[in-house]
Design a protein. Sequence first.
Length: 82
Amino acid sequence: MNISAAMGISVSGMRNDMRRLNDTAQAVASGTSTSDVSQPATDPADAMIDLVTTRQSFAANAAVFETGADMWDMLMSIKKDG
């Protein structure tokens, strides 16, 4: 796997996390379940678990992206100096 592929995967993960966060927020606001709109009353504990899990996932993907960007910068400086 190359650097750009890892960065692309992390961006895809962050987009997924944003969708999941939006779904959870909408479910809390409307009082429905995130998995099945026909189920009433979102459990606040489940919503908080989803939010915390999504935050951790987003942070991990952001760290991968940032590391890839740092590696890319390092490679470009090596290439420029070489």
